[in-house]
Design a protein. Sequence first.
Lengths: 233, 649
Amino acid sequence: MSKDVMVTLTVDGLEISVPRGTKLLKACLDNGIYIPSLCYLDGMDHPPASCRLCLVEIEGRPGPLPSCSQTVEDGMVVHTETDEVRLLQKTAFRLLVSTNDGKCRLCMANKHCEMQKIAKFLHMPLRTKKLRHIPKDMPEVIEEHPCIVYEPNKCVLCGRCVYICSQQNYDFALDFAKRGFNTTISFFGSREEGVGDYCRNCRACVDICPVGALNLKDERDAFLQNLQAKISA
Amino acid sequence: MSSNPTPSELLSELTQAAEKQWQALQNPAVPVIYVGHATCGRAAGSQETIDGFRDALAEKGIEAEIITVGCLGHCYAEPLVTIHYPGFPPLMYQKVGAGEARVLVNSFLQGGEDPCFEYLLGALEPNDTFPTLMDYPRYLYEKRVIMDQCGLIDPHSLDHYLAVGGYQALAKALEKGDKWVVEEIKSAHLRGRGGAGFPAGIKWDIARQAEKTPKVVICNGDEGDPGAYMDRTLMESNPHQVLEGLAIAALAVGASRAILYIRAEYPLAVSTIEDAIAAAKEHNLLGERILGTDFSLEVSVFQGSGAFVCGEETALIQSIQGNRGMPQYRPPYPAVEGLDGLPTVINNVKTLSTVPSIVRKGSHWFKAIGTEKTPGTAIFSVVGDVEYPGLVEVPMGVSLEHLIFEVCGGIKDGKPFKAVQIGGPSGGCLPESELSTSIDFDSLRQAGAMMGSGGMVVMNDETCMVEVARYFIDFTQHESCGKCTFCRIGTRHLLEILTGLTKGEGSDDDIAELQTLSEETIIGSLCSLGKTAPNPVLTTLRFFKDEYLAHYREHRCPALMCRDLIAYYIDLDACARGCDACVACCPTEAIFTTSNRKKAIDQEKCVKCGECVYACPPEYDAVFKVSPPEMIPDQGIKPLDEKKEENNE
């Protein structure tokens, strides 16, 4: 391919070529360099840069920067494993798991959870000892939606579900609600029909959730029943 | 062929009538009464003052004119009234309630006999009889650029603003052109007064050179710091100055749309600005083809719903677009890609209010004020334990000590100074040793605090610094938008540790965690809310570490503030037999009579509200606070046995 459309950069000493305009995070992931991330999805124009896990250091630029929000440039020199990057990633991870009770065996996302993958990569436990366990000030399980169950303490508020819903439905059947530590994902509905009225039941949010915080009610019930049977057996 | 009149010529037609009216006011035929009637004045009862004047004047049949003006910044003296009696210089009176208004009418306005020295603050003009305001340190040290006319003109009168030189800067800018304006602001080195201190001229230039059109300018009036009210005062007291600055900014960047983002909790600011927009439009100073030129500007007000984070420019844009107010990653900066993807310049109210005087008087004049790196003035709302709280405008570069002790009269009741929280909830707490710090963006940042938008809380030695840190973190963690991990969860953990400390729970590990988590939150957060939120924690840890240690090692609050670590007791020697002032005020009936008919506190029932301290008559002064609670001396207290007493009788 010609030089106009490709950009060459160095990541951790490895030279890679990617199409111009690619986000740095995607460029790395496509070339086999793993950077943990939760909130980024392919095709986002303006990634939220909210999970603060995909940090990298770029020579000539101040401080660790979220790689999801950097566009590749020719000659860029990137480091993904510096001490400062790792320190911040570990703290961010620790903060994210501090709201959760770490009972992975009871979770539908067990073994394909993004948090488990990141834990393995960062060599971190899924239950933090350094920080206190602070659950959010709301019920463990929210069943307001007729067919979707939401578990706020598992949720890492990456916003993937909000993004995918806005992309597929062109209106927000779910969005962020409340503020601060108690920020949550909430389904919206009309006064007449109630919660979930705008939802087209496309299950895109359930499928995109990296941590199993959103599940279909039927599937979750079946999973828990199955689990109960296994435990008693 | 006669050429079209220039903007200046069109403006001078408007100004002539206004000046005549203004001149008449300066040499009044009947007494003129100016009443400070902004939000602060109203809270202090200025409406009752106005009614009091009206009633008293009507009763006596005296003819006088009452004019409502904005706020002068002297909050300690509200309601403020200026009386211009023919033959006298304009005299300013403090704390004028309805009763004082009546006295002033009877003694002064009726014949001009007694100018009521007892309520007098000072005369506005030099004279032989009355002390002038310039004799006060406050006035001597203040340098008013932005607040120049605040409290002196009627905010609802376009004529007043025109008479004091209003809209001349706009006319000049229209004649000189956009490029000149940008260069002038750049060369004045005007830095954004919203907190970050980014040079306004550079921001304007980026937007001016952006290709996309139409462009937008936004005035950020989403002032949310607890205890700060500079922007509100400017919008309520001199709205046209804000609008003129906004119009000049729009002209400079080539914008055709201007929005004033004002929080809905400021109803008076919203209505004052809206009235001012209507008046300016009517006189061709805003709207279509301003002052006969090709420049048109559509101005509107957007009311924010009061989320602190919406003061952050990207969150503010989201809010206007109808989305949840969550900050976005920058770049792209709003000047390149902002509201609806259009180049958008967002400036603070104070920044825009400074613009007209720079354009009118030139960048050289402006650069002569303040420091080399930060020219101009700073407005602070100084609150807390100072003698004269209120709004002060001082040149950049004066020291904190000067501001607190000279301009604001020092600490109330002569108590010792302990710390000053500067820069709002995300600023830093500086101790006495840092009082020589100069007030400008760079020096304050170096000291660990920040300029912020101008909130300043002064604290005396009865303030616990751990509690102060906990209070501000509680505020920021509640106001966090919840988007990024560090700000959402990190600040919550900081709060958890700090709350524990105020109860005497904690460990050396907790202090270490407090330090590292604060530092990481500053680096890791997405927007400036998270990037500055731990500042109070870090500065108090740095300057008041002993206090932190005392809390968890000795279960002692050195400032005697944290309720879980203190106890109240009544000194039996000081307590007066038969007095029961404290008993009546105690909300939990914790105070009982002892066997020698004095009073004591039942520690089990006491909720440590401190009411009894205030209730105890000063001549006895018998209630004392101690920390830790075990420090209460054993006075051998026995409750009065009422049955026994009855039997004896």
